[in-house]
Ligand binder design. Structure first.
Ligand code: F6P
Length: 741
């Protein structure tokens, strides 16, 4: 409203000033013209009058003038006077007497100038024009005849010009104001108000209104600019809100310290024992030195931070060639080596035991049985016997460790120890025993081919709690139990009852040690893919990374084929893209594994040979055990990570890649057959058997706009932070604590 009034006033003043200027100029020239016309006309008529009626004055000395009112009226004079000298003035009519006092000075000036003069005088507010005609007489002083004519009409004309121009100014100002107001209202204020409403919607987070963008071509550039600013504001606001939310909820995010506190409450001074086949630290000989390494194992990656945070005892097979040299008389060693946070108790297996238990039944029987990766399981009776034997050895070791402990918490890991829960509970019913199965559980028909499925299931159901990564695996397990054992499967709470013993079967998706401080860490400088590849003699712009134990379940051949297909389909990436495949040799004594290594190498060689160019190859195979510190630079710098498992319980490589992306960029290409695909929304999910699809996913990942990458990566990182391995441990230990024996 204020702007309207100001606008109208401005228009009125502006138009008024222009109109006034023009009118003043017009009037001044009009007045000049009228005055000069009046002068010319008055002099002409007066001269004529003089010639007709007064010419005799120049020659005689008479002071008698015979002129009547009507005579001067005919000549349109108002009056007339004959001026001989100040005391002798003859006036013709009454008006002349009123005008004369205003003329005397001027008459005197004309006489002394000896010249006729004319000008305008003001007589009682009336404009009168006077012409003083000098009459030169012979032998007599000059005299003056004064003619008066009406000059008032000039003022009337001037006034009417003023009036006309005022009216014109008023109308112009009115019309211009109305038109301007309409233009301002409909053409500017309305669209502007819409933009204001729209910006307000952006500010207040009214997404619906924000989405309906105002249409206006005139304000389009402004809209575009504001749109950009508002977008940036929205994003900044969302980030700030999210960060504020994260900061306030940071305390609710699980950390080692929080888990430690929680464990004090949950365990109530009870002992925590982890049992696994694979040990978290292996001591190996390197020349004369003894090195301590962490084996390539998702299970170790997950469990190690928990033991580091809470302390406890970890019982595992000693498999390093210097392991015996580093333990005490009780076969124990404090680990991690320089920190000594918890105790590792090593169990020694003979070559035969390791051969039949680990390589045989566990990895030629159960591993392919549970992974649907089209490698046939092999069941041998000797392997089974050794499997039972080693489980018994471990049971003895555990029972020995808990002999003075009341209600200890025993966390058994993986398919190597299916019988262990029952064996422990048999001797120590008070112990709270959980079994976490790190690999998938197949459908009942698939599992049913195992000749000792009942014994395995009974052994497992000795546990109070059985955990899998996904509900799908829990359901498969419960169906297997339902189909093959005399038991009651209680689907309403996902538990199994055998006799008086209940076993709860629950999903606990395992994770990694990733907390708020890791999430919040600002991206430190990292090498570009190009720089990193150069260290390996490769010149390429883009890099994918894969990190796996060399295992037929990991889909390594499929991954290589999809890289080949990607390059076939997108030759513009030839010489520009390289997959760095880090592969730790695993279970190498088994033919299926050594065959896998050979097959992967042969495939990589074939593909590299097919495309190879100077200083470039499509796949760089780094076949050796890499420490976490060695892998991290590849995780951090790669454009994408490829996890193409044909079947996988969870797959922590996917989560480790995400954790390493402190720049919030990069893309994860993830197999739909890995348990992680259930959680990691934001990854590009592929069927690794579908080479075409995976090849296209590589392209999509490489060409994904950075904003999209960031949006997805932030979401993935938040997800992992909220569901880290500390929350996993808290969940599983709380569930154990809640079980009444
Ligand atoms: O996936 C099952 C699992 O036990 C993992 O926990 C681990 O990553 C892997 O197998 C290691 O196998 P191994 O102990 O035979 O090297």
């Amino acid at each position: 409203m204020k702007i309207n009034i100001a606008l109208v006033i401005s228009i009125i003043i502006a138009v008024g000033l222009v109109a006034f200027g023009f009118t003043a100029f017009q009037i001044s020239s009009e007045r000049e013209q009228l005055n000069s016309e009046l002068q010319v006309k008055t002099i002409r008529v007066a001269e004529e009058f003089y010639k007709n009626n007064l010419a005799h004055l120049a020659t005689d000395d008479s002071t008698q003038i015979q002129i009547t009112d009507s005579a001067i009226g005919r000549y349109n004079f108002l009056g007339m006077a004959a001026y001989y000298h100040a005391d002798s003035i003859i006036t013709i009519n009454k008006e002349t007497a009123t005008y004369l006092p205003h003329s005397t000075d001027y008459i005197a000036r004309a006489l002394s100038a000896d010249s006729s003069l004319s000008n305008k005088i003001n007589v009682n507010g009336k404009k009168v024009y006077q012409y003083i005609r000098l009459v030169k007489r012979q032998n007599l002083p000059a005299m003056a005849i004064v003619f008066y004519t009406d000059a008032e009409y000039i003022e009337n004309i001037i006034n009417s010009i003023w009036l006309r121009n005022f009216l014109r100014w008023f109308l112009q100002a009115l019309v211009i104001s109305v038109v301007t107001l309409l233009i301002v209202r409909w053409g500017i204020l309305n669209p502007l108000n819409k933009v204001i409403e729209w910006v307000k919607a952006a500010r207040t987070g009214n997404i619906e209104q924000w989405k309906t963008k105002p249409r206006n071509t005139f304000l389009a550039p402004l809209y575009r600019e504001i749109s950009g600013i508002a977008q940036a504001m929205q994003e900044a606001k969302a980030i700030a809100q999210e960060e504020a939310r994260l900061r306030t909820s940071a305390e609710s995010i699980w950390t080692p310290e929080r888990l430690n506190e929680e464990m004090k409450q949950v365990l109530q001074n009870k002992k925590l024992i982890v049992v696994s086949n694979r040990e978290p630290y292996m001591h190996i000989r390197a020349g004369k030195e003894i090195q301590c390494i962490r084996p390539a194992s998702g299970m170790v990656t997950a469990l190690e931070p928990i033991l580091k945070a809470c302390g406890g005892l970890w019982i595992a097979s000693g498999s390093g060639d210097a392991d015996r040299d580093t333990v005490d008389e009780n076969d124990k060693v404090l680990v991690p080596p320089s920190e000594g946070k918890y105790t590792l108790r090593r169990v020694w297996l003979t070559k035969e035991e390791e051969n039949h238990f680990y390589y045989g039944f566990s990895n030629e029987g159960l591993w392919p049985l549970c992974h649907i990766a089209h490698t046939r399981p092999t069941f041998r009776i000797e392997d089974w016997e050794y499997y039972k034997k080693v489980n018994a050895i471990y049971a003895e070791a555990v029972v020995k460790e808990i002999k003075d402990e009341e209600e200890p918490f025993i966390l058994v890991q993986d398919y190597h120890f299916a019988l262990l829960p029952f064996l422990i509970k048999q001797q120590r019913p008070d112990a709270k025993v959980a079994l976490f199965w790190h690999i998938p559980w197949p459908n009942p028909e698939s599992f049913g081919i195992c000749p000792w499925q009942k014994e395995l299931l009974n052994g497992m159901l000795g546990a109070d709690l059985i955990g899998f990564h996904t509900q799908y695996h829990c359901n498969n397990f419960l169906e297997t139990v339902n189909d093959s054992l005399e038991s009651r499967v209680l689907w309403e709470n996902f538990s199994v009852k055998i006799g008086n013993h209940f076993t709860l079967v629950k999903p606990f998706p395992i994770s990694i040690a990733f907390t708020f401080k890791d999430y919040d860490s600002n991206g430190e400088i990292r090498p570009s893919p190009q720089e990193l590849l150069k260290q390996h003699g490769i010149n390429a712009e883009y890099m994918a990374v894969g990190v796996e134990r060399i295992d037929y379940t990991k889909g390594l051949i499929e991954k290589c084929l999809s890289v080949e297909r990607f390059l076939d389909k997108n030759p513009e990436y030839l010489g520009k893209f390289t997959l760095v495949q880090i592969g730790a040799v695993s279970r190498a004594l088994l033919k299926t594994y050594s065959d896998t290594v050979s097959a992967v190498e042969a495939e990589i060689n074939r593909i590299n040979w097919k495309f190879k160019a100077k200083n470039w190859q499509p796949i760089l195979f780094l076949k050796k055990h890499h420490s976490h510190e060695e892998i991290t630079p590849f995780y951090r710098s790669a454009n994408l990570c490829m996890v193409t498992s044909l079947h996988d319980g969870m797959n922590l490589v996917a989560k480790e890649f995400i954790a390493a992306r402190d720049h919030n960029d990069g893309v994860l290409v993830l197999s739909r057959f890995a348990g992680a695909s259930q959680e990691l929304h934001g990854a590009l999910i592929v069927n690794p058997y579908d080479i075409e699809q995976t090849a296209d996913a590589i392209k999509t990942a490489l060409e994904m706009p950075i904003e999209q990458q960031t949006q997805k990566m932030k979401r993935l990182r938040r997800m992992i932070m909220n569901h880290n391995v500390y929350s996993w441990a808290a969940d599983i230990l709380r569930a154990m604590a809640s079980i009444q024996n």
